[in-house]
Design a protein around this ligand. Structure first.
Ligand SMILES: [Zn+2]
Length: 327
């Protein structure tokens, strides 16, 4: 009889600026986290993804674990059923059979999903039975997106494009967006664009958190932040009008602004929907880790009950590591 080696898995969140990966054992212990810069060019991104997984696989093996599964999340139009990335502009990927490539290279089953949808999988598990059947998750970071559970099912849309919330138009004849339209939510609300707009107005901050810290004394910061909140509130009001979620969860880096974001956002959002009750807007319990945790859950392949405790375990470990890194 051959002995069965205990297994582990690797989860990866591929972003436009960095590729984040974790090696996890089957008990949900994060053995190692590794972040690499995202290079320019589709082939280079794929090569770096392979390198990152290979390095994490070595970590698993050093702990006597065999890589059993992979979960990978990336931005853009992703068919989560076939694991094909149809289009990811900032990774320079088009019609890439990523799932097939991963399985061929590493010899294990792989799950590939859109990043916001991976995030909502984690948020859905976090919420558990508590009103998660109609849940909207809105990550706000370098970009702005959304993903939903509707009637208890993950919504993808006919072309896997459900959730391009960042390109909902919030300002008529507003500023130009990378998508070619004007006045999109993302132009005003993404953390990257908040910083760009603030600096264009003559501000000196180096980061969006720095802008948030000066809101009390800096009229320019207040104006740019107010426009970000307005655009997000208008977008959320449209989202609620169309989809009627029971709750909205804000994630991504900008959610770390806490009440500086949520207090004006709730006020503005409520004013946009005078004709109906509006769902609560909360901050993600996973801070900016929803996508990576979601990729882990997808790779892990747990049932609903196990996912609920796993999501807390993974989220806590990642946030502790983040605080150590930041301090
Ligand atoms: Zn746009």
């Amino acid at each position: 009889m051959t002995s069965v080696q205990p297994g582990g898995f690797i989860a990866v969140d591929i972003g436009g600026t960095s590729i984040k990966g974790i090696a996890v054992d089957d008990g949900g212990r994060v053995l190692r986290r590794l972040d690499l810069d995202t290079p320019v060019g589709g082939a280079a991104v794929l090569e770096r993804l392979g390198d990152l997984i290979e390095t994490l696989e070595v970590t698993l093996e050093a702990d006597g674990l065999m890589l059993a599964r992979l979960g990978v999340a990336c931005p853009g139009l992703v068919d989560g059923r076939s694991g094909v990335v149809r289009f990811a502009s900032n990774l320079d990927w088009r019609d890439l059979e990523l799932q097939r490539w991963l399985t061929a290279r590493f010899g294990v089953p792989a799950v590939v999903e859109n990043d916001a949808r991976a995030g909502v999988v984690a948020e859905h598990a976090w919420a558990g039975a508590d009103g998660a059947d109609d849940l909207a998750f809105v990550p706000v970071g370098t970009g702005v997106a959304a993903a939903y559970y509707l009637d208890g099912a993950l919504a993808r849309g006919a072309t896997d494009a459900a959730g391009e919330f960042g390109h909902l138009r919030a300002v008529a004849d507003g500023e130009l967006c990378t998508c070619g339209n004007r006045g999109c939510v993302e132009v005003y609300t993404s953390a990257a664009n908040i910083l760009t707009r603030y600096r264009r107005g003559g501000g000196q901050a180096e980061s969006t958190p720095e802008i948030v810290r000066t809101l009390d004394d800096d009229p320019l910061a207040r104006r740019v932040w107010g426009e970000a909140v307005d655009a997000l509130a208008l977008g959320l009001a449209s989202l609620v009008t169309l989809l009627d979620p029971s709750r909205i969860v804000i994630g991504g880096g900008l959610s770390r602004a806490g009440d500086a974001l949520l207090t004006p956002l709730r006020r503005r959002f409520g004013a946009e929907l005078p004709w109906r009750e509006h769902p609560p807007i909360d901050r993600s319990g996973l801070a900016s880790h929803s996508t990576l945790v979601g990729a882990a859950l997808l790779g892990w392949g747990l049932g609903a009950d196990d996912s609920r405790s796993a999501v807390r375990r993974l989220g806590t470990q990642l946030e502790l590591q983040e605080r150590v890194t930041r301090s």
